[in-house]
Design a binder for this molecule. Structure first.
Ligand SMILES: NC(=O)C1=CN([C@@H]2O[C@H](COP(=O)(O)OP(=O)(O)OC[C@H]3O[C@@H](n4cnc5c(N)ncnc54)[C@H](O)[C@@H]3O)[C@@H](O)[C@H]2O)C=CC1
Ligand SMILES: O=C(CO)COP(=O)(O)O
Length: 313
């Protein structure tokens, strides 16, 4: 048995994929009864047939089986605190990609803080909810400081292939920062700066992500894996990405679509604060933070990036 807490796009998609080989409880704040009756998903990924082994429920079931938490990073703490009793002592796997504002904590640190006796883990990598829900093949990285291999085996499914590592920091930052870089790539595309500019931003964004992750103790090899280069390539290259589309709107000078989860817009400033604390330069994250805050526009951002002193790669 596996529980998925949060029935947005990604929680619903993961629950559907896992229910092909596991019993899965999908915990939804609203709409659980309707889903149970109609056997169809609702909300951000509506109209999908729910597999027989998926049980939509309103309350997180007690037990010691793993709980995947699929809510946006800035809501993770509230979601955990609201379920602290049921989460105690269990493996709690964050599916979110971001840095908590204010505390500057990654998802596993938020779990450790909100539910001190839980066993924190993070699952991240290139995976659009729509692909996962349709049963298209996906590979992700499961990171935990204790028994990552055991959790990997417990959470793998026919179309979801998991790899394991104990490099929690590398996996968290790879997932959180690819969204920031995707906004930069989108802004370049939206402003008509071309595919070469997109590739340059992807590459230099990867360089600054790796710099920060290594300063925080990550293995650079983790960043070349699924929750790093893999997810960066997917997110910066596909219009299915909400972060890329947000950047495209900013680049065109349009108001981005409302009511959409855009993790990079909320993480850029937090990433910059972590970078300043660590003495690491992150010019692309700084530019995205300024763009998102409306403190600069694309021509200003371009001037700032191209005007930086020349240096060795
Ligand atoms: N959508 C995608 O393709 C992917 C999303 N992710 C990550 O998954 C996380 C969630 O994203 P999405 O599911 O796409 O967002 P979403 O906007 O589709 O859904 C978020 C869900 O969280 C629920 N929620 C918010 N606060 C809650 C709380 N306190 N308690 C219970 N539920 C709460 C909302 O009701 C909503 O159903 C993000 O960090 C995102 O980066 C990761 C991989 C792919
Ligand atoms: O994380 C994702 C793909 O791996 C989803 O990307 P977006 O949040 O930009 O849609």
């Amino acid at each position: 048995m596996i529980a998925v807490l949060g029935a947005g796009a990604f929680g619903t998609a993961m629950a559907i994929a896992l229910a092909r080989s596991h019993d899965v409880a999908l915990v939804a704040r609203s709409g659980a009864e309707g889903m149970a009756r109609s056997r169809q998903s609702v909300g951000k990924l509506p109209g999908l047939r729910l597999p027989d082994r998926l049980w939509p429920v309103k309350v997180l079931p007690m037990g010691n089986f793993p709980v995947l938490v699929a809510v946006p990073t800035q809501h993770l703490r509230t979601a955990l605190e609201g379920n602290a009793d049921a989460l105690a002592g269990r493996p709690v796997v964050a599916l979110c990609k971001g840095i908590e504002r204010g505390t500057l904590a990654g998802p596993t640190a938020v779990i450790a803080d909100a539910v001190p006796d839980a066993r924190p883990a993070i699952l991240s990598g290139p995976s659009f909810a729509a692909d996962i829900a349709r049963g298209l093949p996906t590979a992700l990285t499961l990171a935990s400081r204790e028994d990552a291999g055991g959790l990997r085996d417990a959470l793998s499914a026919p179309t979801v292939r998991l790899y394991s590592t104990d490099d929690v920091t590398g996996v968290e930052l790879g997932g959180a920062l690819k969204n920031v870089t995707a906004i930069a790539c989108g802004a370049a595309v939206g402003a008509g700066l071309g595919e070469s500019a997109r590739a340059a931003l992807l590459t230099r964004g990867f360089a600054e992500t790796t710099r920060l992750a290594v300063a925080l103790g990550a293995d650079p090899a983790t960043l070349t894996g699924l929750s790093g280069l893999g997810d960066l390539a997917l997110t910066c290259g596909s219009d299915l990405s909400r972060n890329l589309r947000h950047g495209i709107a900013l680049g065109r000078g349009e108001t981005p679509e409302g009511g959409v989860t855009v993790e990079g817009a909320l993480t850029a400033q937090a990433a910059l604060e972590v970078a300043r604390r660590e003495g690491v330069e992150m010019p692309i994250a700084a530019t995205v933070a300024a763009l998102v805050a409306g403190e600069t526009d694309v021509p200003g951002a371009l001037r700032a990036l191209l005007g930086r002193p020349l240096k060795e790669e």
